[in-house]
Design a protein around this ligand. Structure first.
Ligand code: SF4
Length: 247
């Protein structure tokens, strides 16, 4: 069986075993492959996405475009007072989560250091804008499907196909390479987020998609996640969604 068939087999088993299951989609390349595979297995599987106010405009636009094109019916979770205009305009289901805790943390950092929270304490920023919303998104689920891969970077080499962090996590493309993902998307006519196709000085590219202030382009010889939180102790690391218990 090839990698693609094995991935689908894993998803099929998970869907049969856990009726309360959904796919997480960041709208990065790995998520797009995962969500496409999952919907080949179960066309009605729910899709959710954790967005933050710091995601680039292109991500919201791409989300809207692919949501419509692939009929994903995505539910977006975001810490914000208002639905981002492009999501509102296109009627994307959006769950707004309270902003108080994030605003208080951001104000404190600004008062103390005169900087943004993601510059001083990215772990706190990720906890409030990503981990807590992920907890909300999975609270009624028994399992979720994610696009983690072992070759993405130092924090993902030991990840397993099935994990348990308060609920079951299934990683069906765990042993796919970056090239496997890109080939799969091309073969299935799934366009990439526009950030992946930009070439930056020195031939650098964005190879892992995150929030705008925490994502930089990198060289092809680097590991994919090395452009995340560049210049901080969290460089190439994790936001916490995949390392913390969500229930
Ligand atoms: S990736 Fe950066 S901006 Fe986004 S939640 Fe984490 S620290 Fe904040």
């Amino acid at each position: 069986m090839d990698k693609e068939e094995l991935s689908k087999e894993l998803i099929k088993t998970a869907v049969e075993r856990y009726p309360r299951i959904a796919v997480a989609c960041s709208f990065g390349k790995d998520s797009m492959a995962t969500v496409h595979l999952a919907r080949e297995v179960d066309p009605d599987i729910p899709v959710f996405s954790i967005m933050t106010p710091f995601k680039p405009r292109e991500t919201f636009e791409y989300l809207v475009k692919m949501n419509e094109k692939m009929g994903l019916n995505t539910t977006v979770y975001i810490v914000a007072k208002e639905v981002p205009p492009v999501l509102k305009e296109h009627g994307v289901k959006t769950v707004l989560l309270p902003t108080d805790e994030f605003e208080a943390a951001q104000s404190e950092v600004e008062r103390k250091y005169g900087k943004k929270i993601y510059e001083v304490d990215p772990d706190k920023c990720c906890e409030l804008l990503k981990v807590n919303p992920a907890r909300e998104a999975v609270k009624n689920l028994d399992a979720w499907i994610c696009g983690l891969r072992n070759t993405e970077g130092r924090t993902r080499t030991g990840v397993k196909e099935i994990e348990f962090r308060g609920l079951v996590k299934v990683n069906p493309i765990l042993n796919w390479t970056e090239q496997d993902v890109l080939r799969y998307l091309k073969r299935n006519g799934i366009e990439l987020h526009p950030w992946y196709t930009k070439i930056f000085p020195g031939g650098k590219r964005i190879r892992s998609l995150g929030c705008e202030p925490c994502t930089v382009p990198i060289y092809d010889w680097q590991q994919e996640r090395e452009g995340r939180w560049f210049g901080t102790s969290k460089c190439g690391g994790e936001c916490g969604i995949h390392t913390r218990n969500l229930k």
